[in-house]
Design a protein around this ligand. Structure first.
Ligand code: SF4
Length: 183
């Protein structure tokens, strides 16, 4: 039997909802695992980001919102032979891209000071211990060489499972023209 394809998944500037679509593969996951092994995933296993192995395919959720997203995207671009931009945030910026309507200073002010759920009487805005927001949200193609995009918010599990299986079988993927979103 041929060596199995090594797959990884990663989340960057998103909400992790796209990873739930992968968790919803249900029985299709067994079909996928006939051809492939998951070697890295922040959801499926406890591998540290600096221990990511060489991969055949990386499936990436989320765009580039902060400097950590960019560093991880650039690292994964070297580790993986094929990159799938997975979900609308990854392909186009998505909902986090709405942040582009405000400056970084305005966003930090809202998140750390003004938000009704924030208790921060000293008005501290952390700047040392958290990743720094970049000036704009950018799609993944800013930092990675993209081979395939699968939009949707999140993408439908059945569509993604079928697309991954088709890819693993070496056939041509055809995504539906409409209704790529799970809900
Ligand atoms: Fe979340 Fe939708 Fe972005 Fe996926 S595309 S990370 S579900 S906001």
């Amino acid at each position: 039997m041929a060596d199995k394809v090594k797959i990884g998944t990663m989340w960057l500037g998103g909400c992790s909802g796209c990873h739930l679509s992968i968790a919803d593969f249900h029985e299709s996951l067994i079909d996928v695992m006939e051809f492939a092994d998951f070697e890295f995933s922040p959801v499926l296993m406890d591998t540290k980001y600096d221990e990511v192995p060489e991969l055949d395919i990386i499936i990436v959720e989320g765009g580039i919102r902060n400097d950590e997203n960019r560093e991880l995207a650039e690292m994964l671009n070297k580790k993986a032979k094929m990159v799938i931009a997975y979900g609308t945030c990854s392909c186009y910026g998505g909902i986090p891209g709405l942040g582009n309507l405000w400056t970084v200073e305005e966003l930090e002010q809202e998140a750390y000071i003004n938000s009704v759920s924030t208790v921060n009487p000293e008005g501290i805005i952390p700047n040392e211990d958290v990743p720094h927001l970049e000036s704009r949200v950018r799609p993944l193609s800013e930092s990675m060489d993209i081979d395939l995009i699968i939009p949707g918010c999140p993408p439908r599990s059945d569509v993604v499972a079928e697309a991954i299986l088709t890819l693993l079988r070496g056939d041509t993927i055809e995504l539906p023209n409409t209704n790529l979103c799970e809900v």
